[in-house]
Design a protein around this ligand. Structure first.
Ligand SMILES: [Zn+2]
Length: 264
């Protein structure tokens, strides 16, 4: 973990200090070595939900640090259990960054605990996920709605052929980052974007919607617009689908802040 309580204040680790874990109140020791990012570790092995933060890697840290310090490692009480969310924005959205494998039970538990959340997943952990994505995404996607320049919504058929399989049935949006730890300046055209997979409308659907957005737009979108943007996105999909089904003219979709029109 990056923050522990020292004299009742949230502090980052400094050499040879001790603190208190904000979740279990156990003693934690500052680990300020050269190999791993400085962090706090529990003094004695114990069953604490905050333990997983001890092993967070550089990718995870980099993402977390894109948000203000006061939004990082937020304690959230759900069903009388204290959880630590990687990030919670001032408006209440939780963002969890996931590099390592996670089983579906733990996934669901966190989605149920936070509800208003999104996952950001390291798409570079497994060797074949990114090549597979590149190979299949174009064939399987159709433009559904152009939201603004470079922000487009696609419908994706057979999304299990496109995205890592254990992330396609989440009940909250999942963002795939295929850049990983590579240098942003060397990013290829696919890596310049993030791919936000919306929850499927029905759990047995093979298709889903994917928002394609430039990396640079993600943080401003999350921090400033998400609470208006996301419900509007979901309701627009439903309105357009309904119009298509009834063969009536498709609605012009207005998004908050700027006006957007369907291209076709
Ligand atoms: Zn603890």
């Amino acid at each position: 973990m990056k923050f522990a309580l020292v004299n009742n204040e949230r502090c980052e680790p400094t050499p040879k200090t001790r603190g208190i874990c904000p979740v279990c109140n156990g003693v934690v020791i500052a680990k300020c070595g050269k190999l791993k990012a400085h962090h706090w570790a529990h003094e004695s092995k114990q069953d604490c939900r905050n333990d997983r933060w001890e092993t967070e890697g550089e990718w995870h840290r980099n993402w977390k640090n894109k948000f203000p310090i006061e939004c990082q490692e937020k304690i959230i009480l759900a069903n009388e259990v204290k959880n630590i969310a990687d990030v919670q924005t001032n408006k209440g959205l939780v963002i969890e960054f996931q590099h390592s494998h996670m089983d579906s039970e733990e996934q669901r538990a966190r989605e149920n605990a936070y509800k208003n959340m999104i996952w950001v997943v390291d798409g570079t952990r497994l060797k074949y996920d990114f090549p597979r994505f590149k190979k299949n995404v174009r064939d399987n996607s159709r433009l559904f709605l152009e939201i603004r320049k470079n922000v487009k919504l696609f419908s994706v058929d057979f999304c299990d052929e496109v995205f890592p399989k254990n992330w396609i049935n989440c009940s909250v949006p999942v963002v795939f980052d295929f850049l990983g730890l590579e240098d942003e300046e060397k990013a290829d055209v696919f890596q310049k974007y993030l791919y936000l997979l919306l929850p499927k409308q029905k759990s047995n659907d093979f298709s889903a919607f994917m928002l394609y957005l430039p990396r640079t737009m993600f943080i401003p979108l999350i921090n400033n617009e998400w609470e208006l943007f996301y419900p509007k996105l979901v309701s627009s999909i439903i309105d357009i689908q309904k119009a298509k089904k009834e063969s009536i003219p498709q609605p012009v979709v207005y998004f908050p802040k700027r006006r957007f029109r369907r291209r076709f």
